[in-house]
Design a protein around this ligand. Structure first.
Ligand code: FE2
Length: 155
């Protein structure tokens, strides 16, 4: 099994804890979408696309299974445990993914390139899940930059 599928298997097994079917679908949809968008943005920006995909799969796992409050910090600790337990990643790779998850709610600041890929993929998925709604004020500066980078011709 490749590393992406090993992480997905573990993440989606954890999501099975969610009792409400609608919430579970929303969780799988957001995590898989952010993973794919992260892969795409990482490939364009010369960032490791495999690690970007994995960060996307794990980034909101805590928010969906526990609570949103401080989910970036708690989610990074959850991701650390998952990635270590799989025993297929180097400490540096784990550190990079865990840092990006820890930073991902801090959309106003600029962090390392992998963190920036994850934040932008998150913003892009929020937009794509409801494309006729204006992006939130918090996400708007990133959304504008992404529209330019990806030549998206929508308001
Ligand atoms: Fe997210």
């Amino acid at each position: 099994m490749d590393r992406i599928h090993a992480v997905e298997n573990m993440a989606y097994t954890i999501l099975d804890e969610i009792g409400d079917e609608y919430e579970k679908i929303e969780a799988v949809s957001h995590l898989s979408s952010v993973a794919r968008l992260s892969f795409l943005l990482a490939s364009r920006r010369n960032v490791n696309p495999e690690l970007a995909y994995i960060a996307g799969v794990l980034h909101d796992l805590y928010a969906f299974t526990h609570e949103r409050k401080e989910h970036a910090l708690h989610g990074s600790i959850l991701a650390l445990g998952i990635l270590r337990s799989l025993n297929i990643f180097t400490e540096q790779e784990i550190d990079d993914v865990v840092s990006s998850i820890r930073h991902h709610s801090d959309k106003k600041r600029i962090h390392d390139p992998l963190s920036e890929v994850l934040k932008d993929a998150d913003v892009l998925d929020h937009f794509l899940s409801d494309p006729f709604q204006s992006p939130s004020v918090k996400d708007y500066p990133r959304y504008r930059k992404l529209k330019k980078e990806l030549s998206i011709a929508l308001p």
